[in-house]
Structure formats: C-alpha cells, structure tokens
Design a protein around this ligand. Sequence first.
Ligand SMILES: [Zn+2]
Length: 417
Amino acid sequence: MNSLAVLHASQLVTLAGSKRPRVRSEMSELAIIHDGGMLVHDGIIVAIGSSAQIEKGARQSELVDAGGRVVLPGFVDAHAHPVFAGNRLDDFELRARGETYEQIAAAGGGIWSTVEKTRAASEAELFDQAKKHANWFLKCGTTTVEAKSGYGLTLEDELKMLRVIRRLNEETPIEFVPTFLGAHAIPRARRADEYVDLVINEMLPRVASEKLAEFCDVFCERGYFDIEQSRKILTAAKKSELKLRIHADQLTNSGGAKLAAELEATTADHLEKTDENGIAAMKASGVQPVLLPGSVYALGSTDYPRAREMIEAGLAVVIATDFNPGSSPSPSMPMMLSLACTQMKMRPAEAITASTINAACSLNRGDEIGSLEPGKLANFSIFDCEDYREIAYWFGFPQIHSVYVRGRPLLSRANET
Ligand SMILES: [Zn+2]
C-alpha cells in the first residue's frame, strides 16, 4: 500500500459537507482545519483532521510537510475548450484596436479561423498542442477539466477532437470530462437546418455509440443556433443518454437559460445577459449556472453575469475558465477567482466553492472529487500562502507550491532554491 500523510497545512480547506452542490450561505462554509493534516492510502483520502491526529496514524507513511501553507482540493474546471490548433493572436490585436468579437467573426476571424486550423491539423498535432494546455491547467492547480469538441464541425473532425480528449484523459494526469459541441457554429457554405440534421442524424449517433462524450452542448445565440434548433439538438442528445450543458445568453438574452430549465440541463453557461426570469427558471429546474468571467474580461467587456442574484436565489453557482483561443485564453482558475471577487462581488469563500465542489457536482463527480473528505480522490494543491483568500487577492502570478493527483506529486517547487 502506498501511504502519504500531509501535515501542517495552515488551512486545510476541506469543503466537507453535504453530498450535493452548495447553495446560499453554504457556499461560504469551507470547513477549514487549522494546522490540518490528511492521510492518503493508494490515492484515496482515508482521514482528515489536525496534524497531531494525522501524525499518530502515519507511522508507515511518506510525509509531506505543507509548511504552514494552504491546502485546497484540486480545482475542477467545468467549462473549457482545450483542444484546438493555432491561436487567435490576430483577433486579439484587432480587438485591441477597437473591433468587436462579432465584427471580427463576420470578417472571417473568430471561431471559423480556429475551425480551419483544427481541421487541417492531424490527431497527433492536436494532441501535442492540447498536452501543453493540460500542463498549463496543472500549473494553476486544476486537476479536472471539462473538454468540449466544436472546432471540427464535420463528422470526422468532431470525432478527431473527441478522440484527442480521450487520449488526454489516458495519457495526462488530468481527468478530462468530454462534451460533444458539434453545434458550436454553423459551418460556412452550409444551411443551418441542414447542419442541425447532420449533428442529429450523423454526429450524435456516432458520439453516443463510441462513448466519446458524457455531455452535449450547444452554442445557443443569435447567428449560431436559435432556441428551436438548440431544443432539437439537445432533445436528440438526451435521447442518446447524454447529459446537457448550454452556452446560453452570452451576447443576447435569447432565452437560453429558460431552455436549459425546460430540458433539465445540468448546466447553463455564460449567462451574461440572463435576467431574473432566467434565474427563476434555472432555480425551478435545478440547473447549475456556470459563470465565465475570463471571457468577459478578455473581450474587454464589463458586462459580468449577475452572480450575487444567482447566489441569493439559491442557485449552485460554478466558476470556470472557458479556456479557448478566442474569448478566454487563460487556463488559470486563480485568475477567475480574482475576477469573481472583484468584478462579480462573490466572496472569496463562495468563489472557492464554485470552482471545486459545485463544479465537481456539475460534472456528475460530486462523490469523487471537489472536496477533501475520506473516500474521495487525493487531488489537491498546496498554495504558497497562509490564508485561502490570498489565492484570489494576489493576482497575475502563480502561487502554486505543488499539485497532487490521486496522491501523486505532479508539480513541485519544494526542491527549488
Ligand atoms: Zn465556451
């Protein structure tokens, strides 16, 4: 048996609590143990408690001295697009010169330029680039990442992306949760209805039969997929036993949040333009909002979603990076926590809950990850600070000391001078 004892965390941020997503004041309850410790056997947490208690049961264990630093569950990033070819540096410069996301997309930039590069790339090339992204996530303290397809937009290219995600899951330490996003954009030279039929009749059956995705997502937005087209695709996905996520109400309040509620989607994501009716609908159906402040920031907008209203309405809010080459080129959850607190007025504790246990629940993994409790995977990070609020407070530089997945050290600055 492989045994590990983590001792002397200034704060062992356990998030121990009820086995469901946390709402309202529960989002501020982090169940912190001061001078905390944790015992791990074969990658599974078997005990948490004070360092003194843990040390007694740790005679045969390898010791990890957290040295008065914060220990946190590995971040769970519940919305990301980590597989793509190339970058969008030209769009970035055009935005810096004052053009909008929609203007750039209309002129041939945007999602379409990434689709062309991704189609041209081989599976091996896509894998190599995505492996680099996986390492970036790890360096930010993230140990689970939801990963969407959606830059292929043909049957073969969507399958290629999903196979890359499967390989990332097998060959990198991060757990990737695959989502089929064939309905990310309508390909050039195709009629919308014709493409919707292709997604439903050709792509979905293959994705389901090859078990390449757990979730299906749709970009429900003006100029992409309208409510009726989104409903059609997601209803078909549900019949194929995929769970649902939706890109909803990002640029316009088009009714995406309400559609998520109607279809009992697991999550509705973005929600920058969602109003109180959308919030009430999500509450009634138990839809989790996934808020993506990095994309608001990187697009130079100030139009953040109404996080406070959502928390006060009792929604189990999630924060994610939306890592992608166009609108959110950041894999950094600490940066998202900073934005959540400064721009959306979430409390630091709420932001931690939103990026760990609530995110884990939104990926159907609330009983495996997202908190440090006996029976869960020993996925955790040690941050080079004494108070968890520092993770959101100091921004723009890495405070990670080390990262562990299933009790294995993957990134460590412990031996650096
Ligand atoms: Zn997205």
